[in-house]
Design a protein around this ligand. Structure first.
Ligand SMILES: [Zn+2]
Length: 104
């Protein structure tokens, strides 16, 4: 991993939700209000302060999770996320999954 990559990614072992809409978060980034927040794919383009990732700007979340651990928060968030995925039109679902796996 290059030094640049280290500042564009955050590794988590727990699912976190977007601070704005409670969807599955994909970014930890600085907001226009100056604070940092968890953001989902939909809120990130609207709420982020910087348009790029990096040190002091924002990181993409890279999840390393073991769904067998039975964490209630993980189960709940995963269930909601899968439910949302199922309701999406197929092209949107493909995009969502692609975004999730992109740098896994
Ligand atoms: Zn959101």
């Amino acid at each position: 991993m290059s030094p640049t990559e280290q500042h564009t990614k955050i590794v988590l072992d727990k699912i976190v939700k977007c601070d704005f809409c409670k969807n599955f978060a994909l970014f930890d980034a600085k907001t226009k209000a100056g604070q940092w927040a968890w953001m989902c794919k939909d809120c990130y383009p609207e709420k982020r302060y910087y348009s790029t990732l990096g040190l002091g700007k924002g990181q993409k979340i890279h999840y390393i999770i073991n769904p067998k651990e039975g964490d209630p928060l993980l189960s709940e968030a995963m269930y909601e996320y899968l439910d949302r995925l199922q309701k999406m039109p197929e092209d949107e679902r493909r995009e969502e999954i692609k975004a999730m796996l992109e740098d896994a």
